[in-house]
Design a protein around this ligand. Structure first.
Ligand code: PGA
Length: 234
């Protein structure tokens, strides 16, 4: 399974070193894959173990120009990032990222050897027609792509992120199956789908039993190395 960690705005360089001192002792199962999405890739790529890839949490909508404060896909690739999160709900809701901006970023990424984790999910008040919301987010995000390689979907209900609340295992399973069959009928391909939102040691075992699930995007519970290892091993 994929265990993707979203560290958000956490960890100094010393915290990062301490994490990897512990995490690097852990040997990953062949069937598992770990990527850590960080805000400052340079330090992380220098010390991470070789079986962990490093990802960025965002990229600029262009590769050049007057975009103060942004980092381009070329720059994150240069720093050793193999993956990037696009459309995380915190980007959509706190930074005003629209479906159009997300489509631009997805389009830009297909020119680079950087994999994408496209985040989608409904707000609490959208729960009744959540699948329409999710399908629209996916369709818009993929609308400017001419190829659909190197894309993973992360289904993250906005109301479950950082709240301790989650859908039931059955609800997650139904949503994952719906997303996969939507992608299959719309584009004729299979795309891996992750679940994210308050994944923790108490619920991860149950969620792992979901047959169609390809892994997790984990925020808070990925910050402590021993806790993250326990999640992977659960
Ligand atoms: P959480 O965050 O695990 O802390 O809920 C998940 C995410 O934002 O990707």
């Amino acid at each position: 399974m994929k265990f993707y960690a979203n560290w958000k705005l956490n960890k100094t360089s010393l915290d990062t070193i301490a994490f990897f001192q512990e995490f690097n002792k852990f040997s990953l199962n062949n069937t598992d894959e770990v990527c850590i999405f960080v805000s400052s890739p340079l330090i992380t790529t220098a010390i991470a173990s070789s079986n962990v890839s490093i990802g960025a949490q965002n990229i600029a909508v262009k590769t050049w120009g007057a975009l103060t404060g942004e980092t381009s896909v070329e720059q994150i690739a240069d720093l050793g990032c193999e993956q990037v999160l696009v459309g995380h709900s915190e980007r959509r809701n706190q930074f005003g990222e629209t479906d159009d901006v997300i489509a631009e970023k997805m389009s830009l990424l297909q020119n680079y050897d950087v994999k994408v984790v496209l985040c989608v999910g409904e707000k609490l008040e959208e729960r009744e027609n959540m699948l329409d919301i999710i399908y629209r987010q996916i369709k818009k995000a993929l609308s400017k792509r001419t190829d659909l390689k190197n894309i993973v979907i992360a289904y993250e209900p906005v109301w479950a992120i950082g709240t301790g609340l989650t859908p039931t295992t059955k609800e997650i399973e139904d949503t994952i199956i719906s997303i996969k069959s939507f992608i299959n009928s719309e584009y004729g391909i299979n795309m891996p789908v992750l679940y994210g939102g308050s994944v923790n040691l108490q619920n991860v075992k149950d969620f792992k039993s979901i047959k169609d699930l390809d892994g997790f995007l984990i925020g808070g519970a990925s910050l402590d190395a021993s806790n993250f290892i326990k999640l992977i091993e659960a």
